[in-house]
Design a protein around this ligand. Structure first.
Ligand code: UDP
Ligand code: MG
Length: 315
């Protein structure tokens, strides 16, 4: 069998050498043919230079370099499209995904599992982030039909079968955590302790995380739209009843003291709710707009690919 390892890299110059050394050690012991596919996601540091050196020195190291930063989802997709292995591992370049787990992942693949997932047991993050992510997963699993598990990230092994299924999902707005779950197949979960980042900075700012979270909820189904319809219907029924009661009162008892308070509050509440759901609808239309444009998910600037498959095009 052949193993492909896909590594998205954004400003990881400080980590790449260490990462490669660690991986090499593991691969030697594994004794199976392995290719490493690094994807340079428009880094602003020396990442590309390091990758060039590495791939010139090692025939097992290939790289793809984007014309700008397209985001981790795009970088993963590119790596997966270029991968030629029978099994594919996706992992981060910052050594937060411990390479020593790779043999266990491969072992489970040999046992016949199509997705072998590595799950973090302790997040080792700030308390507030842990709380927010717990809440988020609760909400998500309630909202969408796919099952997402806290602590399960992109670190996993896919069989060729699972990978081909994943690549057949062509959407522009990719939310991998959901896609992995959506394709299904026999899955096995391995747990590991959280590790702190080796060098450099995490690229997740609060706003990036928030956007990612909203992507997750909206990219899977139209439940938010459905909920807006329910709330809208409820409010319409209530206000119709209220208007009828008012009409009845006016006709039979004459005009009351002008209800300034009720008027204003109705306008405000309705206005607020309308804005929220207008936003939800706008989000969906925006997504349709992006999908309809059918742009490529990433643009390759340069590459050094030692072994090519039919999917990866030459740029
Ligand atoms: N990454 C990427 N493009 C981006 C942001 C991140 O390819 O726009 C890569 C990054 O180089 C790393 C992985 O995705 O290999 C995870 O990023 P990071 O460590 O910042 O995320 P965290 O571990 O904090 O969730
Ligand atoms: Mg990290």
């Amino acid at each position: 069998m052949k193993l492909s390892i896909v590594i998205p890299c954004y400003n990881e110059a400080e980590n790449i050498r260490d990462f490669h050394e660690e991986i090499e050690k593991i691969i030697k012991d594994l004794k199976i043919e392995t290719e490493l596919i690094f994807v340079n996601d428009g880094s602003k540091d020396q990442t590309l230079l390091m990758l060039k050196e590495l791939s010139n020195e090692n025939s097992s190291v290939s790289y793809v370099s984007f014309s700008r930063n397209f985001g981790k989802e795009a970088a993963m997709l590119a790596g997966l499209e270029y991968a030629t292995g029978d099994a594919i591992v996706i992992m981060d370049a910052d050594l937060q995904h411990p390479p020593h787990l790779i043999p266990s992942l491969v072992e489970k693949y040999d046992d016949g599992y199509d997705q072998v997932v590595a799950k973090r047991t302790r997040r080792g993050e700030t308390k507030s982030r842990t709380l927010v992510s717990k809440l988020y997963y609760k909400l998500m699993n309630h909202f969408i039909e796919v099952d997402l598990v806290d602590g399960v990230g992109d670190f996993r092994l896919l069989s060729r079968k699972a990978l081909n299924a994943l690549l057949s999902l062509k959407e522009y707005n990719r939310f991998s955590k959901g896609l992995f779950s959506w394709i299904g197949f026999k899955e096995y979960v391995i747990e590991y302790e959280n590790v702190v980042r080796e060098a450099g900075q995490s690229k997740w700012t609060f706003s990036k995380l928030l956007n990612y979270g909203i992507d997750g909820i909206l990219s899977f189904n139209n439940k938010p739209l459905r909920i807006s319809i329910y709330i809208g219907m409820g409010i319409t029924i209530l206000s119709t009843i209220y208007i009828l009661v008012m009409l009845f009162q006016t006709i039979f008892y004459g005009i009351n003291v002008p209800g300034y308070f009720t008027t204003i509050s109705a306008v405000l509440v309705l206005g607020g709710i309308q804005l929220v759901f207008l936003g939800v609808i706008g989000e969906y239309i925006g997504r349709i707009y992006y999908e309809a444009k059918n742009r490529p998910i990433y643009i390759v600037d340069e590459e050094n690919i030692h072994q090519r498959n039919e999917i990866s095009k030459k740029y």
